[in-house]
Design a protein around this ligand. Structure first.
Ligand code: OOG
Ligand code: MG
Length: 266
């Protein structure tokens, strides 16, 4: 990914500090391409890698990765047509059925995702969905709480990648299942907010099969000089569009075969 870098090392560090400030103190900033209109996807990942390096230096633990913008619903909602990846740390994890604070978030939204836990390390390029399924320990249902740091939740691909794919919090739950016991392509999911159904879909919405999203993620990781280690928790991307949440809201995501994941926002 170093081929299409347009940012200098100083620019990368400056933009990383800007994103890190917005993430840790929960305020909105203009999208980075307002100032750097020529920013490329490679530039976005350079900022994201610097952010990951800093978090790890501060003691945060890398627990896995997430694929984003992998369904039509998400691409249409965000106006971006290419998938992306971001990293997940222990500080972003929240227990199932817990109260999640919104005071340290800008404008959170929730999305239903199938999460994979890996039993073998995967290395791209050339990783396929079949490779992913063979390397998966189990899958479980998850809700990702995304929170773009960009004003109005509006961005382009380079900016959102620099902002670590809007990663903020995530909740895994429900029932862990082996992939060979499921048809992962046709799993239905229903999201309820305050007892009412707000969105629904099926897992095929994610690149035809959620394992395809994990394969894509492994191949992007290879371009970043990384692999997907055994033990990683990996989210395959929102099946439906993301739903805004505010204090007082309660969310239940009901997945066919995988049980449900719930949380409330305070
Ligand atoms: C980017 C993150 C997308 C997903 O599951 O598609 C994402 C965004 O929409 O802010 O996490
Ligand atoms: Mg997501």
């Amino acid at each position: 990914m170093s081929s299409n870098l347009t940012l200098s090392r100083e620019d990368i560090v400056r933009l990383c500090e800007r994103v890190e400030g917005a993430q840790t103190r929960a305020y909105a900033i203009p999208k980075l391409t307002d100032e750097y209109p020529d920013m490329t996807i490679a530039d976005g990942y350079a900022v994201q890698s610097e952010l990951r390096r800093r978090f790890i230096a501060k003691g945060h633990k890398l627990v896995g990765w997430k694929a984003g913008l992998t369904s039509k619903a998400k691409m249409q909602q965000m106006g971006v047509s290419v998938p992306s990846i971001g990293f997940l740390t222990d500080r972003m994890a929240r227990p199932e059925s817990s109260a999640i604070s919104t005071s340290d978030l800008v404008h959170p939204r929730v999305e239903c995702e199938v999460a994979f836990v890996m039993k073998e390390t995967l290395q791209g390029p050339g990783c396929t969905a079949a490779d992913v399924l063979a390397a998966t320990d189990y899958v479980l249902p998850a809700v990702e709480i995304i929170d773009s740091r960009f004003s109005g939740f509006k961005f382009d691909l380079a900016s959102v990648i620099a902002d670590n794919g809007s990663s903020a919090r995530f909740v895994g739950g429900g029932r862990a299942r082996y992939v060979e016991d499921l048809d992962l392509r046709t799993l239905g999911v229903v999201m309820e907010k305050n007892g009412e159904i707000v969105t629904l879909g099926a897992s095929a919405a994610v690149l035809g099969h959620p394992a395809e999203a994990i394969a894509m993620l492994v191949n992007i990781l290879a371009e970043l000089g990384e692999n997907l280690p055994a033990g990683s928790f990996v989210m395959s991307g929102g099946i439906t569009e993301a739903i805004p949440v505010k204090p007082g809201d309660s969310i239940v995501a009901r997945f066919q075969e995988l049980g449900s994941v719930s949380m409330r926002f305070v």
